[in-house]
Design a binder for this molecule. Structure first.
Ligand SMILES: [Zn+2]
Length: 325
């Protein structure tokens, strides 16, 4: 099971208009800014993963560059279509996790000076911008302070507290939050309706619970459900308890078996951490600290792994192979 497989519905149903943004507060903030007709040149989208920051960045990029010049993107013109497809040359998406150094920002500063190729404006979407080095952040700040008229910046981050203050004060903050059950439901219903899926309302509730406030996880779960509804019956509680027992006994074969049959690695990992946390607090047994650290690292790696379960497997194997203290 790979991440890509479960991303298809999510990508297909990414919000394409302001109305389709499911977080009410974000929707209101953005429509007010757009109605005012005065779009700031630097935005900071801050909030948890899977809450729609990148989707909104693209909607905003379309609104700025739409050939129809309305407060909403038309989603039909060449500019809108290419932005939706991620291949518009004037909308540059950059992942600061892998382009974090001063040289990357210097390149960006030179590129910013050039006029857009086919559109009104060039739009830079810099994801995970808290990952930039301090040097790179300061270089970016210079550009944010005097942006050319044809340039807009949308910075996105899950960790705004790690950004330098001066960048924060230069950008218009849009705060994303974990979605409420009602917001997740709104999003799921939009998909269920257009995909003509048949799903019991109690199963929708279960999916909402699994999603823990993330649209991405909700849609992922819905997609999994549509290919095999039995996964909702998977007993995470029992599986994670069993996994804790086997991993503490360093029974790697059993542990890998449990991971293999799990259809929800992310939640299994969270349950596992939850249980280890309890054990740590109750026993203050420092021998399990490396295990906890390995698993925490695996949660970071998931972003880069095409195989969802691989980082957790690596973490557990590292732990089992650790020389006894
Ligand atoms: Zn358009």
């Amino acid at each position: 099971m790979t991440l890509y497989h479960h991303m298809t519905l999510y990508l297909k149903y990414r919000p394409q208009t302001i109305e389709e943004i499911d977080i009410t507060s974000v929707r209101t903030t953005l429509s007010n800014i757009l109605k005012s007709g005065n779009i700031p040149h630097a935005f900071l989208f801050a909030g948890p993963r899977g809450t729609g920051k990148t989707s909104l960045a693209r909607i905003l990029a379309k609104t700025i560059n739409c050939e129809d010049h309305k407060v909403q993107p038309c989603n039909k013109c060449q500019n809108c279509i290419s932005i939706t497809n991620g291949n518009n040359i004037d909308v540059i998406e950059m992942d600061a996790a892998s382009n974090r150094g001063i040289d990357d920002i210097r390149l960006l500063r030179d590129a910013v000076k050039l006029s857009p190729a086919n559109s009104k404006a060039k739009i830079y979407i810099i994801d995970e911008c808290h990952m930039l080095t301090t040097e790179a952040s300061n270089a970016l700040l210079k550009t944010l302070e005097e942006p050319p008229v044809h340039v807009y910046f949308i910075l996105a981050t899950t960790n705004p507290e790690k950004l330098i203050e001066t960048i924060k004060s230069r950008a218009t903050l849009v705060q994303f939050t974990k979605a409420t059950s009602r917001e997740i439901k709104r999003s799921l219903e939009r998909i269920i309706k257009s995909e003509k899926l048949i799903i019991k309302s109690e199963d929708i509730d279960k999916i909402i619970k699994i999603a823990k406030g993330s649209f991405r996880d909700a849609v992922k779960a819905l997609e999994q459900y549509s290919s095999d509804s039995s996964f909702l019956n998977e007993d995470l509680e029992a599986d994670s308890s069993e996994l804790v027992l086997s991993i503490i006994k360093k029974d790697i074969v059993k542990s890998l078996e449990i991971i293999k049959k799990s259809t929800n690695i992310e939640n299994l990992t969270d349950e596992l951490l939850d249980k280890l946390h309890q054990i740590l607090i109750e026993t203050q047994d420092n021998s399990i600290i490396p295990l906890i650290e390995f698993i925490l690292t695996s949660k970071e790696m998931v972003k880069y792994s095409p195989i969802e379960e691989l980082p957790l497997e690596v973490a557990l194997i590292k732990w089992v192979k650790l020389p006894q203290a």
